[in-house]
Write a protein of this length. Structure first.
Lengths: 216, 587
């Protein structure tokens, strides 16, 4: 598993980092009989693209010092950008796993991986460069985004996140007629990516035509 | 080196809800108006098109319609003992930075303040005695009554095409509307929204408990509408992706749809985007403004002389520009002197989520502030004799269009991630909704805005520093509202419900509300206000400061309608002011 080829183009993340994130995403949102997990949803592709863009360097965030840790109420105060935070966070978590289990994160059992994630979440690992809670919170936030954001950002592959919820994606032009109607509206989700790629029909106002699903 | 331009009659700083309306009113009355906007130009046809506006990630987190904090932000601390640190990332609120301003992405919640809101201090002291307000509370009357404001609410509603049902027409209570509202001179320009199945459940439960539910007013068109300025607004498709988003349809009334098309046709009007005003200049006496200095898109410093300066930006920048320009005395909470930065307040919020295992809804359908509300827990309708708090809330079930990153309610006790979380999210997304609490927030002596001693913006100027925390009064109110909402929740007979416990401390991290108010309060007394009833600076009478900054405290219902009303009110005063010799204080 650890040596398997990675089928997508990654711009910022290295292959060991991708293996870490794929393993973590599959514990945070596991595959089960409801549908695929974080790995198959391509959460790591989403994170890679985010890290490669404006957000990855906090391009629209305030970045002048002095840098102080502050109170939790004062929000993000790390000197590190998300790029730097992921790079350091993955390395230092793997160092922690190697010490504790003699294995890197992706080679641990699922239960052990959950234990590591919980330890990070509760700030109980003393990572050298950053708060483990800050790392976990960012990882979980981005995993959730990568599972549920429009597939044009690289995650939510095959709209698995939206299918899980029954969320139809880009709205159709017919919603107003359903506003006060208790009838269940179930449609195959349509993404911005689908429309960009010509895979969904749109009306004159640009709303896609939804294909309705009969409930089984 | 500063380039000095030819003088203009009126310069308006900011092109949001206030700047656009004041510019329109003054330009239409024949005045020469220049509007300076720090953000970029935008037109709905080019910038906000389908399907790209239906992008939750962008508009929730990363959009360039919000303030770019890399150039300018605020700093924040909970109290005077802490060191304020910069807000490095957007969270609790989303100020705009674009032509159209913050109102470009508002949620269309278009409610009038109650008559009581404008006279809260005298109203509640008359009822409950002088000691009813907490000792450190600085909430005060506005210096203008609802009755005086009413025609300007009416005007704003006919610019923004508000849809609703009157509850009080010239004193006669009307079925179907809010019976507790102030008297209105005529019906809304557009019909109310239709209640969703979730709203109907709420209305039934609320009625059983003795409340009077109604469809809360909304400024997303309930039918095609030609507004007061002859701009066309199309009927809302209820496709969600609304609050925090721009609208592709032109159905959301905002500065770009409701005002700008007719404003840019005015020959005596000029809009200059990407011009960031850094100072209002005054003469050697300090009592007369001579114009403004701004940094243009190419980074050049430009001096723009003007006869009258209208500061019409977001609450934070109105206050900051006054402080940077030395206009008005800065507020000092320790000495309890000065006024600029005083009376900062926010918006109290809460919710109770209800889960129905046996029902399914279409939570993604909605937007444009489709909501069913009660106003019985606010204003004069609420008997506070035994409650011991100032203020109130409206309670509503709103169908904002549940988007999948942020709107996945799960019952209390569900793990935050993993298989159990995934199951709960999948089960409940279509089976739950929230009863929302939208509450007032009083102003207090220790909650204020001033200039940060350490952190600076990209021009080297000090950031605005915000000192704010939740006060016991608002916490008490929220606990009471939670209790009332649990009663309503139970009357709906859900499978389960969960109460979002109030934050014990204010945190700048999760999104809460873009309703930051005060800092340049209006009032009748220069000792406790920055501007008079015409929104005119007490200290420099050819400067007018209009917007959310003028609120001495925040009411329950959401401020945008009242901000828009203040723009109409101030514009009327300005038309009179501009007829007279410059620099006179209006009385």
């Amino acid at each position: 598993m650890a040596d398997s080829a990675i089928p997508h183009a990654y711009v910022y993340l290295t292959q060991p980092e991708v293996r870490f994130l794929d393993a973590a995403a599959d514990r945070l949102i596991p595959p089960d009989d409801l549908g695929p997990g974080g790995r198959e949803a391509r959460v790591s592709v989403y994170i890679d693209r985010q890290l490669s863009g404006v957000w990855g360097v906090h391009g629209r965030n305030y970045r002048s010092g002095p840098w102080m840790e502050g109170t939790p109420q004062q929000g993000y105060q790390s000197r590190l950008t998300p790029q730097e935070l992921y790079r350091a966070g993955i390395r230092e978590t793997n160092d922690y796993c190697s010490k504790q289990y003699d294995k890197t994160f992706e080679n641990l059992s699922g239960e052990q991986q959950d234990d590591v994630l919980k330890t990070l979440e509760h700030g109980k690992v003393d990572l050298p460069s950053l708060s483990s809670k800050v790392f976990f919170d960012l990882l979980w936030r981005n995993t959730e985004e990568g599972f549920f954001a429009d597939p044009m950002y690289g995650g939510n592959h095959d709209k698995v996140g939206w299918k899980l919820l029954g969320f139809p994606g880009v709205a159709s032009g017919t919603y107003s007629a359903h506003l006060d109607n208790p009838e269940i509206y179930r449609a195959e989700p349509v993404s911005i990516l689908d429309i960009q790629q010509g895979k969904a029909q749109v009306d004159a106002q640009g709303f896609p035509k939804h294909i309705m699903i009969k409930k089984v | 080196m500063t380039t000095k331009l030819n003088p203009v009659e009126v310069v308006v700083i900011g092109s949001g809800v206030v700047g656009s309306i004041i510019s329109m009113e003054l330009a239409a009355a024949g005045h020469q108006v220049l509007c300076l906007e720090r953000g970029r130009m935008a037109t709905p046809q080019q910038d906000f098109v389908m399907p790209y506006v239906h992008d939750e990630l962008k508009y929730d987190r990363h959009s360039d319609i919000f303030q770019n904090l890399s150039r300018e932000t605020i700093s924040f601390r909970n109290n005077l003992r802490e060191t304020a640190l910069p807000m490095r990332e957007l969270g609790s609120f989303k100020p705009g930075e674009i032509v159209g301003g913050t109102a470009l992405h508002w949620g269309c919640n278009a409610r009038r303040f109650l008559p009581y809101d404008f006279e809260i201090r005298s109203n509640l002291e008359a009822k409950h005695g002088k000691t009813f307000f907490p000792g450190d509370c600085t909430s005060q009357d506005w210096g203008v009554s609802y009755e005086e404001f009413e025609p300007y609410y009416d005007q704003f509603e006919h610019i923004y095409g508000v849809g609703g049902k009157a509850g009080n027409l010239n004193g006669d209570i009307q079925p179907g509307g809010n019976p507790h509202e102030g008297p209105r001179s005529r019906e809304y320009p557009n019909p109310p929204t239709r209640p969703t199945p979730q709203g109907q459940l709420f209305a039934k439960a609320a009625t059983e408990l003795g409340y009077t539910p109604f469809q809360g007013p909304a400024a997303a068109m309930t039918r095609d509408y030609m507004n007061l300025y002859k701009n066309f607004l199309g009927e809302c498709a209820r496709g969600g992706f609304c609050s925090s988003h721009a609208c592709s349809q032109g159905a959301k009334a905002n500065p770009l749809t409701a005002v700008m098309p007719s404003l840019i046709k005015q020959e005596n009007f000029e809009l200059r985007p990407l011009c960031n005003v850094i100072k209002i200049n005054t003469d050697s006496t300090g009592k007369q403004a001579t114009g403004v200095t701004y940094i243009d898109a190419r980074g050049r410093e430009v001096e723009q002389p003007a006869g009258t300066v209208i500061l019409a930006t977001y609450c934070f920048n109105n206050t900051r520009l006054l402080l940077l320009s030395g206009i008005g005395k800065p507020y000092d909470p320790i000495a309890n002197t000065g006024v600029v930065g005083r009376n900062y307040s926010y918006q109290t919020g809460g919710r109770v989520e209800v889960f129905f295992d046996d029902k399914e809804f279409n939570p993604f359908i909605g937007g444009g502030m489709v909501n069913t509300s009660i106003s019985d827990l606010d204003g004069d309708a609420l008997d506070r004799s035994d409650l011991g708090f100032v203020g109130g809330a409206y309670v509503a079930v709103s169908s904002a269009g549940a988007t999948p990153i942020k709107s996945k309610p799960v019952p209390h006790g569900t793990p935050r991630w993993g298989g159990e979380w995934k199951k709960a999210v999948a089960h409940n997304y279509r089976r739950a909704f929230s009863i929302g609490i939208h509450g007032s927030c009083q102003s207090y002596r220790g909650h204020y805005l001033d200039l940060d001693p350490t952190y600076r913006d990209s021009n080297g100027l000090p950031l605005l520093r915000m000192t704010f925390d939740w006060h016991q009064n608002e916490q008490k109110m929220l606990h009471f509202m939670n209790k009332k909402c649990v009663e309503i929740a139970k009357a709906m007979n859900p499978s389960s419900y969960s109460v979002r416990e109030p934050y014990t401390k204010y945190t700048i991290v999760p999104y809460q509300s873009t309703h930051n108010m005060g800092g340049a309060a209006m009032g009748a007394d220069p000792a406790t206000s920055v501007v008079n009833k015409y929104l005119q600076s007490w200290d420099v009478p050819n400067v007018f400061v209009v917007g959310g900054s003028a609120f001495p405290q925040n009411g329950a219902v959401g401020p945008t309608e009242t901000i828009g009303m203040l723009a109409c009110w101030a514009a009327d005063g300005l038309k009179e002011y501009l007829q007279k010799p410059a620099g006179q204080l209006m009385v």
